[in-house]
Design a protein around this ligand. Structure first.
Ligand code: HEM
Ligand SMILES: N/C(=N/c1cccc(CO[C@@H]2CCNC2)c1)c1cccs1
Length: 359
C-alpha cells in the first residue's frame, strides 16, 4: 500500500545520503537497503541504527531553513531513548536532558529521541510543553504566550506562585492518554537575572532561563516520524531582548525601559522604542556573559551563518533557508542575510510542526 511505499521511498533516499556523506561502502549500503526493504514489507516500518538516527538528527538541523545557527549542525549530542515508554522514565530522561544541555552554563546542543509514531499512527509518548523550560502566563502577569498551556496545567492540579517568572511543569502522556506532570527540580534550572552594564535595570525585575529546549516539533528521518524529540541549542540574544521581553503581546517592556532611560515616549520620531530595544539587548548580552551562560549576539550569529553558507558551497550542497526568519529582528539590514535571497525548499530529514488536528 502507498504508506508502505512512501516509507520505503523516504528510507532509500535517506540511506543513500547517509552512506554517501559518511563515505561508507556501496555494497554495505545496498545490503542495508535490502534489509530495510524486507523489514518494511514485514512490519510497515523499520528501525534506524544509532548511527543512522544520530546523523539523521544532524541532517534535520542542517535542513532547518529558519535556523541561523546551522554552522554547528554536526555537533549535536544525541540521547537515544527509543526504548523508553514508562512515563516516570521519560520524565527522568527529560530532567537529564535539561541538566546535560545546561552543563553549568556552557550549553551543549542536545536532542533526546523517544519512540517513533507507529505505522497505525499511535504515538507512544507525547510531550505537551512547547519548550521544556518556559514561564507560566496568567491573566495579569507572566508570559502571555503560555496562558493556554498554564490553564491546562492548572486543570491537572498544578498551582503556580503567580510571579511573572514561574517555571511551568513538564506534562507528558502515553498512548493510553495517561498524563504525568512534574515540577522541574530547581537544582537543574539555570536562570539569568537581567542587569545593564551602565544603567540600573534592577527595578525591571527581569530574568530569563538559560536553555531553549523545543519539545513540540516532529523529527522526520527517512520516513520515520519521531513525535517526541526535544532539542536545544543556545539562544541568540535578540530572541529574548527583541521579542520575548519586547513584544507587546509578551512581556511588553519597552515603555518601562524607555522611562528608566528618561526618554520622551510621546513622539515616534524620537525613536524611543529603538533606543530602548538596543539597551535591553545590551543588557541581555551583558547578563548572560556575566553569569557564564552561552548566548550569541545577532552579529556574530550572522557571521557564523555566512561561514555555514560557504562550507555548504564547498561541500557542493545547495543551501536552503527562510529569509523572513533568518534575518534578525534587531538591525536586520546590518546582516548580509538581509541582502541576499534564499531558496525556501523543504528538504528531509527535517523538523516539522505537529498538524493541528493531531492535538
Ligand atoms: C546552537 C545554537 C543555535 C542557535 C543560536 C539557533 C538559533 C535559532 C533562531 C534564532 C531561530 C529562530 C527562532 C524564532 O525566531 O523563534 C531558530 C530556529 C530553529 N532552529 Fe536553531 N539555533 C541553534 C541550534 C539549533 C539546534 C541544535 C536545532 C535542532 C537540532 C535547531 C533547529 C531549529 C529549528 C527547527 C528552527 C525553526 C523553529 C520553528 O519553525 O518554529 N536549532 N534557531
Ligand atoms: N535558540 C533557539 N531558538 C528557537 C528555535 C526554534 C524555535 C524557537 C521558538 O519558536 C517559537 C515559535 C515561533 N517563534 C517562537 C526558538 C533554539 C531552540 C532550540 C534549539 S535552538
Amino acid at each position: 500500500d502507498d504508506t508502505m511505499n512512501d516509507v520505503l521511498k523516504e528510507a532509500i533516499h535517506f540511506l543513500h545520503t547517509y552512506y554517501e556523506e559518511n563515505k561508507l561502502p556501496i555494497n554495505e549500503r545496498d545490503a542495508r537497503i535490502e534489509a530495510v526493504t524486507k523489514e518494511i514489507e514485514e512490519t510497515k516500518t523499520y528501525t534506524h541504527t544509532f548511527e543512522e538516527l544520530s546523523y539523521g538528527a544532524k541532517l534535520a538541523w542542517r535542513n532547518s531553513n529558519r535556523c541561523i545557527g546551522r554552522l554547528f549542525w554536526n555537533q549535536l549530542h544525541v540521547f537515544d531513548e527509543r526504548d523508553t515508554t514508562n512515563l516516570e522514565d521519560v520524565m527522568n530522561a527529560l530532567f537529564r536532558h535539561i541538566d546535560y544541555a545546561t552543563n553549568d552554563g556552557k550549553i551543549r546542543s542536545t536532542i533526546t529521541i523517544f519512540p517513533a509514531k507507529r505505522p497505525d499512527g499511535t504515538e507512544p509518548i507525547r510531550l505537551r510543553n512547547h519548550q521544556l523550560l518556559r514561564y507560566a502566563g496568567y491573566d495579569t502577569t507572566g508570559d502571555p504566550a503560555s496562558r493556554t498551556f498554564t490553564k491546562f496545567c492548572e486543570s491537572l492540579g498544578w498551582q503556580g506562585a503567580k510571579t511573572p517568572f514561574d517555571i511551568l511543569p513538564l506534562v507528558i502522556e502515553n498512548e493510553h492518554g495517561d498524563c504525568l506532570w512534574r515540577n522541574i527540580p530547581s537544582s537543574i534550572i539555570r536562570e539569568v537575572p537581567i542587569t545593564h552594564p551602565e544603567y540600573d535595570f534592577t527595578s525591571l525585575q527581569l530574568q530569563w532561563y538559560a536553555v531553549p529546549i523545543i519539545s513540540d516539533m516532529i523529527l522526520e528521518i527517512g520516513g520515520i516520524e519521531y513525535t517526541a524529540a526535544p532539542f536545544n541549542g543556545w539562544y541568540m540574544g535578540t530572541e529574548i531582548g527583541a521579542r520575548n521581553f519586547a513584544d507587546t503581546d509578551r512581556y511588553n517592556q519597552l515603555p518601562a525601559v524607555a522611562h528608566l532611560l528618561g526618554l520622551d515616549t510621546s513622539s515616534n520620531r524620537a525613536l524611543w522604542q529603538d533606543r530602548a530595544l538596543v539597551e535591553l539587548n545590551i543588557a541581555v548580552l551583558h547578563s548572560y556573559e556575566q553569569h557564564g551562560v552561552t548566548l550569541v549576539d545577532h552579529h556574530t550569529a550572522s557571521k557564523q551563518f555566512e561561514i555555514f553558507e560557504k562550507t555548504e558551497e564547498k561541500a557542493c550542497r545547495h543551501i536552503t533557508g527562510n529569509w523572513t526568519w533568518l534575518i534578525p529582528p534587531l538591525s536586520p539590514a546590518t546582516s548580509h542575510i538581509f541582502h541576499r535571497p534564499f531558496d525556501n525548499t523543504t528538504l528531509k530529514p527535517n523538523f516539522f510542526y505537529r498538524k493541528k488536528e493531531q492535538t
